[in-house]
Design a protein around this ligand. Structure first.
Ligand code: NAD
Ligand code: MG
Length: 394
């Protein structure tokens, strides 16, 4: 049994809490070095009392002050604040494994910090990889960091590939990756009805319980678009080798097709603790608290093609990836701004792709030559997306 010392970035979120649930089940195997959160100091304090990390980090100094007060009687835990603190714990030599589970672009700098320090990085934060693609993978290769996919689809693909050919699928005889998608809560809804859906309807995913942002992404199919890009970078492949299959039961988490006609699939109950446990213990297997699969109860599997007319976000993501350079970072930033506006009641659901498409058209693509260029484009795209939202609401 390999013991591991873990930092959980985004500990109060859906993935963070599932990670801590798996860790809790294996006290002799895992210890916690650091826990981090954005604004919810009270929730992080509760986790600190249970897991006694050496360091706890909040995204802002103000939130860190609040946490310091809450942990005044907890001498074990030092409290830091701000992005510098997040990056410091991600790289600290005390931990060997970092769960990257901050949502959105805010996760890029800390995740990259863990990569550069050569950690085992469990990647849930797909936006970090989508934004910076080649630069991110170059950093992984340069440091020798062990990047393991936590996104359920990518973890499934990883499990269906020979471990030594993850970055060379052709050499493994792989002809296609079949990326499954649930289709989200509006899979069968007519285009006109999509205009009036509410944030609470969009966040009520039929199979998975997730954070708000990824729930909306699943409803627009932007999540599948981000995952298509994520798959191309993780497995060093091209979009024509990846085919999205809508599979509403969310039991097959993805598949890999081989030259001899074999298709290998990974199945399981839709519970993120499976890919999380796989990443934490890999190559060993550990209990994760997941309900066993009852195929008799499920009975049937269905597959359909995604509808790019009603859900243009998947097309926009594929186009941004084909444009290359900073286009995926712009796509991601515009999506984050549009989703936030939708959740705040300031944008209708059907206008999310409209804002993204207009932001992409208004933001010139430049080569993604370094991370500074990525961060600058991210900021530029955010202000252009906000501009487009205000134009729509006039
Ligand atoms: P969530 O909203 O539930 O949690 C996000 C976490 O990030 C929280 O701990 C929050 O405090 C922290 N955070 C938010 N903004 C921050 C900031 N500016 N600085 C520092 N920390 C900040 O999100 P989630 O559903 O757990 O998703 C996390 C990541 O995992 C996302 O990138 C998502 O796409 C990916 N993912 C999630 C699931 C899932 O089932 N939830 C599945 C696959 C991939
Ligand atoms: Mg996924």
């Amino acid at each position: 049994m390999t013991t591991r010392c873990i930092t959980v970035l985004g500990a109060t979120g859906s993935i963070g809490l599932s990670t801590l649930d798996v860790i809790r089940r294996h006290p002799g195997r895992f210890s916690v070095y650091a826990l981090t959160a954005g604004t919810r100091a009270r929730e992080l304090a509760t986790l600190c009392w249970e897991f006694r990390p050496k360091v706890a980090v909040m995204a802002s100094e103000r939130a860190a002050d609040e946490l310091r007060e809450l942990l005044a009687d907890c001498p074990d835990t030092q409290v830091l604040g701000g992005e510098a603190g997040l990056c410091a714990v991600a790289a600290a030599s005390d931990a060997d494994t970092v769960m990257a589970a901050i949502v959105g672009a805010a996760g890029l700098a800390p995740t990259l910090s863990a990569v550069r320090a050569g950690k085992r990085v469990l990647l849930a934060n797909k936006e970090a990889l989508v934004m910076s693609g080649q630069l991110f993978m170059d950093a992984v290769i340069a440091s020798g960091s062990e990047l393991l996919p936590i996104d359920s689809e990518h973890n499934a693909i990883f499990q269906c590939m020979p471990a030594d050919k993850i970055r060379d699928p052709k050499a493994a005889g792989i002809t296609r990756i079949l990326l499954t998608a649930s289709g989200g809560p509006f899979r069968t809804m007519a285009a006109e009805e999509l205009r009036s859906v509410t944030p609470s309807q969009a966040c009520a995913h039929p199979n998975w319980s997730m954070g708000q942002k990824i729930s909306v992404d699943s409803a627009t199919l932007m999540n599948k678009g981000l995952e298509l890009i994520e798959a191309c970078w993780l497995f060093n492949t091209t979009p024509d080798q990846v085919e999205v299959h809508v599979h509403p039961e969310s039991i097959i988490h993805s598949m890999v097709e081989y030259a001899d006609g074999s298709v290998l699939a990974q199945l399981g109950s839709p519970d993120m603790r499976t890919p999380i446990a796989n990443g934490l213990a890999w190559p060993e297997r550990i209990e994760a608290g997941v309900a066993p699969l009852d195929l008799f109860a499920i009975g049937k599997f269905h597959f359909e093609r995604p509808d790019l007319q009603r859900f243009p976000c998947l097309r926009l993501a594929a186009e941004a990836f084909a444009s290359g350079g900073t286009a995926p970072a712009v796509l991601n930033a515009a999506n984050e701004v549009a989703v936030e506006a939708f959740l705040d009641g300031k944008l209708c659901f059907a206008d999310i792709p409209v804002i993204i498409e207009r932001t992409l058209a208004a933001t010139p693509v430049v080569p993604a030559s370094d991370f500074d260029t990525i961060f600058t484009k991210d900021a530029e795209a955010r202000s252009r997306a906000r501009e487009q939202i205000s134009l729509l609401s006039v």
